[in-house]
Design a protein around this ligand. Sequence first.
Ligand code: PMP
Length: 397
Amino acid sequence: MSHFQPVARVPGDPILGLMDAFRADPSPAKLDLGVGVYKDAQGRTPIMAAVKHAEQRLLASETTKSYTSGHGDAAFGEQLLQLVLGQDSPLLAGQRAGTTQTPGGTGALRLTADFLSHCLPGRGIWLSDPTWPIHETIFAEAGLKVGHYPYVGADNRLDVEAMLAALERVPSGDVVLLHACCHNPTGFDLSHDDWRQVLDVVRRRELLPLIDFAYQGFGDGLGDDAWAVRLFAAELPELLITSSCSKNFGLYRERTGALIVCADSHDKLLDVRSQLASLARNLWSTPPAHGAAVVATILGDAALRAEWQAELDLMRGRVLRLRQGLVEALQPFGLAERFAHIAVQRGMFSYTGLTPEQVRRLRDESSVYMVGSGRANVAGLDEQRLGELAAAIARVC
Ligand code: PMP
């Protein structure tokens, strides 16, 4: 008998499939705007110099490869808390916030899903429509009831009114997932005023916010990007934050991230953390050490930190320049107004507003690869060839 006979084949991840198609395309003019990694002007995803320097130090100074603890690297946890909540956060002084290191932001979301299903059974979770596809599957997989609130509609505009109206109808106690900045996949972020209104509904309806913070430093800067996170942390007694170091430290494959819990007392924080360590034991036991050690080394050293911040500023600047540059390049084709939102959006991604048919034609006719939804990774653009891309877009519009 074949044990595996009943196992059917499932389709691969569409974005990774797009990468394969890109690699196989012989065109020298091809452009990969698919997968969400930062790229420099040469189309590479480099290791940051600050990371290399931290790694050199670690190579010389590390003394053991024995397991780290269930919550991971303590120095990493301390540093990340300050980076996310701000050095002066009263939550730090009150010992009301704690970090559990996870394999990337994805691991933090997975741990959150298990925490909700085990410790707060019956709570539904509400996601923006659209959201990062893994949000959809990760919470459903853990048995949570997944609902949606409107965010960006068919007209490719942020619809805050519809979002707020939907949140008003979310059952009290349910969890609302919010993107701190650089919304994936749309690039549309809430204004400060919008955030205050969301906070108001969350507080009145007694919802539990889960803020996904995967792009700190990629939008408007390290502090500005944390604005909403810090507002919620200051105004609410309880909050969950999933943080990723994949993009801002360029540590993608090192799987470096954390679940940050803000509780209303130190004692309750310890209760929650005991559960997280226990749940993590069944997922990955203890988290991978290297990426977290790199982050702790960088953030704990003034010179390395300054070097890292300067590199991050360059990355953010490049993305902002490309956004502006593409809109300018579309000007001669009379398309600048139609695509003006690209310069307003933040982070790596843009919902361009191109239809699946236009996306297909761009790929077939011009070797430009982006996700079928019309999501483009702006960092994949080539500053020298924005005119070429604008012409290709004009041909399909
Ligand atoms: N949340 C969002 C919104 C993301 O875009 C990503 C990365 N694509 C993650 C979480 C997870 O990041 P990581 O690679 O650290 O698991």
